[in-house]
Design a protein around this ligand. Structure first.
Ligand SMILES: NC(=O)c1ccc[n+]([C@@H]2O[C@H](COP(=O)([O-])OP(=O)(O)OC[C@H]3O[C@@H](n4cnc5c(N)ncnc54)[C@H](O)[C@@H]3O)[C@@H](O)[C@H]2O)c1
Length: 303
């Protein structure tokens, strides 16, 4: 029998990353032993602390180095004394885009033994997956400032939605729904973002016709936020944009009982590049070093 072997790049990042990721690696190694596969890990110090030392979140050769691994196991990046517009741009978004990890997979499930802050909701009620488009949309960071310090100063961010970008994440989501309860909710705001999100809806509706076995529904994000809290049982697979998904998936973590429980995968479904697995939360500087960070989201991301 050939033993399956995987090479994992471990990037704890900053703050509580150095507390929760080592715990996650321990659990992964225990699982490997139990279920007959092998993991070799190599740890990299990339992140905001690395930036303070070297001026770079990721060294020049880091993407080539990471590309050689089967997967990346990541904590979170960001430190209070480092400009907080840098961690996403110079680490998280850079890896997600360079490795074409266009699916952000974020399950929300009420785990056994945990009390949801939602009164009377049980594990049967909270079990859905948020699929967030992960490489374009509102987070492409195309924009700029002009005349910043004058009374006619302005700032601009442009969202970019492409047919190809929408189609591929939509196909992934419908196929996922086929393996679950066959219900997909597209969460949008096309009644006010009448160009970009109307196009998003149109392309998803086109894709939905290839999946007649999946019940397709569209919901506006304001209503969806209320339903995450009032009727989480109405969701199975949730498909949404980069920005909306960022917010709603934290709400998913919150109704599970803690941000520390939420897991995620930044996935390149075609496996042309390694995928990256990380808890949904950040580096939590307010509790870093206290030994109280919840490692469950990190352990689940490892799974
Ligand atoms: N993917 C990432 O690397 C990522 C994601 C989000 C935020 N950040 C960065 O993290 C830093 C802090 O951001 P923030 O405070 O907005 O968000 P955060 O997720 O780090 O913390 C929000 C709150 O949740 C708590 N929390 C988070 N994880 C927890 C855990 N495992 N166990 C128990 N409690 C936990 C924190 O103590 C804090 O009160 C910033 O620099 C931000 O840019 C990074």
């Amino acid at each position: 029998m050939v033993t399956r072997k995987y090479r994992i790049a471990v990037v704890p990042g900053d703050g509580i990353g150095w507390e929760i990721v080592p715990v996650g690696v321990e659990v992964l190694q225990a699982a490997a032993k139990q279920f007959g596969f092998e993991l070799s890990t190599e740890t990299f110090p990339y992140g905001a602390a690395h930036y303070k030392k070297t001026g770079q979140f990721l060294p020049d050769d880091a993407l080539d180095t990471l590309k050689r691994f089967d997967a990346i196991y990541f904590g979170a990046v960001g430190l209070p004394d480092v400009n907080d517009t840098l961690p996403a741009r110079l680490f998280t978004f850079k890896v997600r885009k360079s490795f074409n990890q266009y699916v952000n997979y974020r399950p929300a499930r009420l785990l056994p033994g945990i009390q949801s802050p939602l009164r009377n909701k049980t594990p049967a009620d909270i079990d859905f997956i948020v699929i967030r488009e992960n490489t374009e949309g509102e987070f492409v960071q195309a924009g700029g400032f002009a005349h910043d310090d004058f009374d006619y100063g302005l700032a601009l961010d442009t969202s970019i939605f492409t047919r190809k970008g929408i189609e591929r994440v939509a196909h992934y989501s419908f196929r996922l729904a086929q393996r679950r309860q066959r219900r997909l909710t597209n969460i949008t705001k096309s009644n006010t973002l009448i160009h970009s999100l109307a196009y998003w809806d149109k392309v998803i509706e086109d894709v939905s016709r290839s999946y007649p076995d999946v019940i397709y529904k569209k919901m506006y994000v304001d209503n969806a936020a209320a339903n995450f809290v009032l009727h989480p049982e109405c969701f199975d697979v949730v498909l949404t944009t980069n920005f909306i998904g960022d917010i709603l998936s934290d709400l998913g973590g919150a109704i599970m009982g803690s941000l520390g429980l939420g897991a995620s995968g930044n996935i390149n479904p075609e496996k042309e590049f390694p995928s990256m697995f990380e808890p949904i939360h950040g580096s939590a500087p307010d509790i870093a070093g206290k030994g109280i960070a919840n490692p469950i989201g990190t352990i689940w991301s490892g799974a």
